[in-house]
Design a protein around this ligand. Structure first.
Ligand code: NAD
Length: 290
């Protein structure tokens, strides 16, 4: 059996998987591959599947399956698995890092020191303590950030039409009920037909003035030009963003918008997460080979 590792995983993974067959990262061997491992970079499209006649199992290391054509895979009898439980802490921590860094001006402060400036008087910080965090999409990652926010003395509210109650956040029936009172809004949404562009001009006008927005879910859940406008007008005080329309972004209006703190889709990229993903992949392939 040929196992093709198509994206970046823990360097120890090929050795762990070698008990199942030949492990390669040579993408030209896709036609021979029975198992393909991807993260978000490889797009398992109809064309990709058509060029892999031996493919039986696709494992997406991570959560979102929006880079896999699930309908076509099903039609071709290809099993698709992901590792959703692995990444929650890694993503919650980067969302929290963005939420701490924005009101503390960490990026500007650091750059100003490199530039030989002393902005002690100019940089006014605000605290997370006592503020309200609004979580949109209260799944695995949303819950992890809720727990961390409570530890920081924040009030946590959330909107998720598929979650009725939980121990960590007060659920609101409408997204407007969250964004109109939240000082911080953190997006933890999958990309679906329903969530594409859900953060647009209309909902942004309902946000509390001077709120901070953080997105570590999927880039296309926000309309970038509308968020850039909200930043320029001061409606949003800042935007912490890890996820993009494409990796890397092309012509994003966010790059030049004010008060944007950007990371290059680092949410899942912790050493610990890659090790957890590797362990789960080992179990999935073990079960597959019986
Ligand atoms: P999850 O499935 O546990 O949670 C997603 C939640 O969103 C669910 O509770 C669901 O009910 C809710 N939801 C769906 N549609 C909604 C809507 N229209 N309005 C409000 N809520 C809605 O998934 P998770 O593990 O928490 O991951 C969330 C997302 O984070 C993933 O789908 C993925 O896109 C993203 N992610 C990003 C990174 C990164 O590197 N930045 C890494 C992992 C996951």
């Amino acid at each position: 059996m040929v196992i093709l590792i198509s994206d970046a995983f823990d360097p120890g993974l090929p050795e762990i998987l070698s008990k199942y067959g030949e492990v390669t990262d040579d993408k030209s061997r896709l036609p021979e591959a029975e198992v393909v491992l991807v993260r978000s970079k490889t797009k398992v499209t109809r064309e990709y599947i058509d060029s892999a006649p031996n493919l039986k199992l696709v494992i997406r290391g991570g959560v979102g399956l929006d880079n896999v054509d699930l309908d076509y895979a099903k039609e071709k009898g290809i099993i698709v698995r992901n590792t959703p439980e692995a990444s929650s802490i890694a993503v919650a921590e980067i969302a929290f890092a963005l939420m701490i860094a924005l009101p503390n001006h960490l990026s500007v402060a650091d750059q100003s020191m490199h530039d030989g400036k002393w902005l002690k008087k100019q940089l006014k910080r605000t605290e997370l303590y006592g503020k309200t965090l609004g979580i949109i999409g209260l799944g695995r990652i949303g819950m992890e950030i809720a727990k961390r926010a409570i530890a920081f003395g924040m009030k946590v509210i959330a909107y998720d039409p598929y979650v009725t109650s939980n121990d960590f956040a007060e659920m609101k029936p409408d997204m407007k009920d969250v964004v109109s009172i939240a000082d911080y809004v953190s997006l933890h949404l999958p990309l679906t037909d329903e969530t594409k562009g859900i953060i647009n001009k209309e909902i942004l006008s309902e946000f509390k003035d001077g709120a901070y927005l953080i997105n570590t879910g999927r880039g296309k859940t926000v309309v970038e030009k509308d968020v850039a406008e909200a930043l320029k007008s001061g409606k949003l005080a800042g935007f912490g963003n890890d996820v993009w329309y494409s990796d890397p972004p092309e012509d994003s209006p966010l790059i030049d918008a004010p008060n944007v703190l950007m990371t290059p889709h680092l949410g899942a990229s912790t050493k610990e997460n890659l090790l957890r993903i590797g362990e789960i992949i080992d179990r999935i392939i073990g079960k597959y080979v019986g």
